[in-house]
Design a protein around this ligand. Structure first.
Ligand code: G6P
Ligand code: MG
Length: 222
């Protein structure tokens, strides 16, 4: 039986995936790489440096910058991002999430966070959700980022649960792949075409309820 939920943060609990995109878009403009929705989707769930390398590779520019220049571009992106994060309040929690988290806690489910973001403690603080996620995987401790299963496997481990006892919740294709690889049940939030690999798909966070999950698991005989 399911005993725990391992959550992605950006794009699942809060609307920061838009802020990450805006901040990267500014950097892409600066280095002359064309921005589009596919690129924005490909960056979801991907670590800061991997994201920069993906942007540069779009235009075969990965060798056009030194490591120091790349570090400066990554810092610039993070500065752009932090300006947006520092204006955040609990109003930036996505619709339905607060109720869902309270419901999970009331029903005795364990919660952990599996975010690739080094800014996740700060984001949780702005949202007022620090107390809900006392167990988080530290992305700095990972050998491999999403889509590798490591982060979601660790998300179960820190709850002392088997992956099979956990549901992972993600908005990114790379994240769904990580959940599936870890052996957890995957919920994808967003475009079903992008998240086709998810066991369960909800188009937005308002559908994320225990009743809907139980129904979807019965229908799919999970
Ligand atoms: C999340 C976001 C990505 C972001 C990554 C690293 O996975 O979905 O867009 O690049 O975290 O975030 P950071 O805040 O450490 O740059
Ligand atoms: Mg995400």
């Amino acid at each position: 039986a399911i005993k725990g939920f391992v959550f992605d943060l950006d794009g699942v609990i809060t609307d920061t995936s838009i802020f990450h995109s805006q901040a990267w878009h500014q950097v892409a403009d600066k280095v002359g790489v064309k921005w589009d929705d596919d690129l924005a989707d490909a960056l979801k769930g991907i670590s800061r440096m991997d994201s920069l390398n993906l942007i540069l590779a779009r235009d075969h520019k990965e060798d056009a910058f030194s490591d120091a220049e790349k570090a400066a571009l990554a810092t610039e992106k993070n500065d752009n991002y932090l300006k947006l994060v520092n204006q955040m309040t609990p109003a930036n929690i996505l619709p339905g999430i607060q109720v869902f988290l309270d419901d999970l806690k009331a029903q005795g489910y364990l919660l952990s966070l599996a975010s690739a973001s080094k800014n996740s403690p700060l984001v949780l603080k702005h949202l007022g959700l620090g107390d809900y996620f006392t167990k988080s995987v530290d992305p700095a401790s990972l050998k491999h980022g999403k889509p590798d299963p490591e982060i979601f496997r660790r998300g179960a481990e820190i709850l002392d649960l088997d992956p099979a006892q956990c549901i992972g919740v993600e908005d990114a294709a790379a994240g769904v792949q990580s959940i599936n690889g870890a052996g957890e049940t995957s919920i994808g939030i967003g475009d079903p075409k992008v998240l086709a690999a998810a066991d369960i798909n909800f188009t937005d966070t308002t559908q994320l309820t225990l009743a809907n999950i139980e129904k979807a698991m019965t229908d799919a005989t999970l």
